[in-house]
Every structure is written in C-alpha cells, then in structure tokens.
Write a protein that binds this ligand. Sequence first.
Ligand code: ZN
Ligand code: ZN
Length: 247
Amino acid sequence: MKLTVVGYWGAYPGPGGASSGYLVENVEGGESLLLDCGSGVFSKLYEYTDLNRINNVVLSHYHADHVADIGCLQYAAKVQMNLGERTEPVYIYGHTLSNCFEDLTYEDAAVGIPFEGGVPLVIGPFTLNFKSAPHPVPSFALRIESAGKSLGYTGDTGWDDDLVEFFKGVDLLLCESSLYNKFKGSVEGHLTAGEAGILARKAGAGELILTHLPHSGDHRDMVTEASIEYSGKVSLAYTGLTWPVRE
Ligand SMILES: [Zn+2]
Ligand SMILES: [Zn+2]
C-alpha cells in the first residue's frame, strides 16, 4: 500500500495547491483509491497517476474542501468514455446521511455507492472500515487494510475517545491538524496538532502525518506541538509526499 498526498490544505487551497486529496495505490498495480477530492485535486492528480486508473473515490464527507472537484472527475469519466478510453464508470463511495449522496451518480460515467459505519467494504485489495466522526456535518473517519499494512485517515473530526480504538495499531495515521494548540476549541469539529499527537500515541500509531493544514502560522510549530504528545515520527503533509518514504 502506497500513499501519495495530492492536496493537504484545510478549507481552500493555497497558491498552486489543493485541499484534501490522497491517492492510495496497491504497490503491485491494479486498483487504486482516491480519498477525498477537494479543490485543486483533479489537476494535481495528473502528476501522480493516469486519470483512467482512478476508478474508486472514497469521500469522508461533503464539505467543499473534500468534494469540490468531484464534478470535474465525473465529466472527465464521461469524456473518456465517449473517446473510448474508459469502459467502467468511476465508483464514488459516500455516506447517505445527506442528499449530497444523490449527486455522486452521473449518467453512466459515475456511480454512487453507499457506505456506513461499522460495515467493512472491500475494494480490490483494500478493506475499508468507517466510523462516524464529530463534525458540523456527518463525516467519517476511515481505516484501510491491505497486504498486512494499515492506514488510518481521520477526515475532518473533533476529538472523540472512540477514535483511539478505531485507529488502534495503524501503521500510519493521516490525521487532520486544523488548529494550533492555542486555538483549541475555537472551531467546532477539528483537532489541534497536540490532539493529533495524543490520538497517535493512544492508538499506538506507527507514524503520524499532519494534514488539513491551516492558512496561518508556521506549520513546523504543529510538528513541535504533536511531538510533545507522541514520540513517533511526525511529518507535515505536502503535495507529492509518499508513504512509505522511498529510500
Ligand atoms: Zn475540511
Ligand atoms: Zn469538513
């Protein structure tokens, strides 16, 4: 299992960047997953994969910084089908706790597929589990297992003790870090860098990547704040970051 960060900004993309988007690939080829598809993700994807290989998109929730480029992805699939370059639709996995689910299906080019908390979903070599997370709109954390490796992704979430159990023992925790510690509690449904560190420690995560980063301050301070709580490796997400790190 290989992760590539396509976009990491919270709320909206920074200059030339993208908000949430993460490519998860099977190292032996075959199926891949795109986790979230925020603003700017679509154009950045060209740098890391062939768009015709994007057959599965999993959405944590329907806030714009996680779904803004879904419409473009649907159009691209349609155009690719018209050109004979694609035969299968794009499968877009989302929760059904909002009417937004209905927008995931687009003609014959994209098919919305529901997921729910506590019910495992198998996509090719990946097994996914979902857990609802505290956020102003319904949002899901997810955990992916493949070939003996595990990756946890928080999506957008506030603190929830149950996340500790959900992410128990993951090899990598890709954790939202929307707030510096001094802003703890100031924005509902988001974590501080320190809380990301606490979650990584309590879950026994092998490694921590901070993502969904804010548009203020010096992000390196977030690494410091997380590292006070967690003694493992802490990295800042950036476009093009891959995990495991290539030697
Ligand atoms: Zn967000
Ligand atoms: Zn959100």
